[in-house]
Design a protein around this ligand. Structure first.
Ligand code: ZN
Length: 293
């Protein structure tokens, strides 16, 4: 009996720490509160699928909602260091300097940052933010543009030349992987059909050390540029990794299984450098969109 108990104890010692590690959730903070998009509808979608993945413990920090000189920002003091990854669903007024410095330190120290759709429209006048995101919704004179040719070779267009930020009419479009070995997208089809969405083009910025993961062809018949535009990319910042997708205009596009997988896996990768989340079985195909219920 004593020997039996010792065996159980030994098993417990070897198994329990592993189980605890595997079950440990990543603490993820969504920031919202101002956006020219319907953040009140999209934050719950983000929160739901990130939580459903089982990998994240999701919190939300909401900024003051009114744009006014008298807006009291004192209530918005997110403690970034309590999280492993921050996801921005925010496109509004500039944050107070202590919050900006806090985010810079968080990412510089190795924290993950995930930028979704219009979050890359924000903070034109915040140089470190532009360094973090690489490319943003900016005018043509702001910085370089990055596209690819059909083969996926990078084309840099210097500032002042070519179109600035914009998008044509919403439609379903193909996401084409350009770095299929990147952990966030590894195992996804090389090309898959994204649900109806805005297809951003002409994004501009310093794009220093930017790593392009996926593009979409911006069809001129839809009001696009005729170029392969960046859809998913990442940028190193200090010890941190900033992961961006410009997909996700509204509720329909955020219910795309592909979008949800990209954001969940990208968030995990941004936080840890590894991805354990599987590719969903109902992932979109090259000619077929797939929406989560
Ligand atoms: Zn939009």
């Amino acid at each position: 009996m004593k020997r039996f108990l010792l065996m159980i104890a030994a098993c417990a010692f070897t198994l329990l720490p592993l189980t605890a590690d595997a079950a440990e959730k990543l603490r993820l903070l969504i920031i919202d509160g101002q956006n020219n998009h319907n953040w009140r509808a999209t934050t719950p979608i983000l929160r739901e699928f990130l939580t459903r993945s089982g990998r994240f413990d999701v919190s939300v920090a909401t900024t003051p909602k009114e744009k006014s000189p008298s807006t009291d920002w004192s209530s918005f003091q997110p403690k970034f260091s309590e999280f492993q990854v921050v996801l921005s669903n925010y496109n509004g007024e500039m944050w107070p300097e202590p919050v900006r410095k806090g985010l810079e330190k968080f990412v510089n120290d190795g924290g993950g940052l995930v930028i979704v759709h219009a979050a890359n429209n924000a903070f034109t006048g915040w140089p470190e933010y532009n360094a973090m995101i690489g490319l943003g919704w900016r005018g043509a004179d702001f910085g370089d543009r990055v596209t690819t040719n059909d083969a996926g070779e990078i084309i840099r267009t210097e500032k002042g030349k070519g179109p600035g930020a914009g998008h044509g009419s919403q439609h379903e479009f193909a996401i084409r992987l350009r770095d299929a070995a990147h952990p966030a997208v590894k195992g996804m089809p090389r090309e898959w059909l994204h649900a109806k969405d805005e297809l951003y083009h002409g994004q501009r910025g310093p794009a220093a050390n930017m790593h392009l993961i996926a593009t979409a062809f911006s069809d001129q018949s839809k009001g696009g540029t005729g170029a392969h535009e960046p859809m998913i990319w990442w940028t190193p910042y200090g010890k941190g990794k900033v992961f961006t997708t410009v997909m996700g205009h509204g509720e329909d596009s955020m219910k795309c299984v592909g979008f949800q997988s990209v954001v969940a896996r990208g968030s995990e990768w941004s936080a840890t450098g590894q991805v354990t989340l599987p590719i969903p079985e109902n992932f979109p195909a090259a000619d077929k969109v797939s929406s989560a219920q």
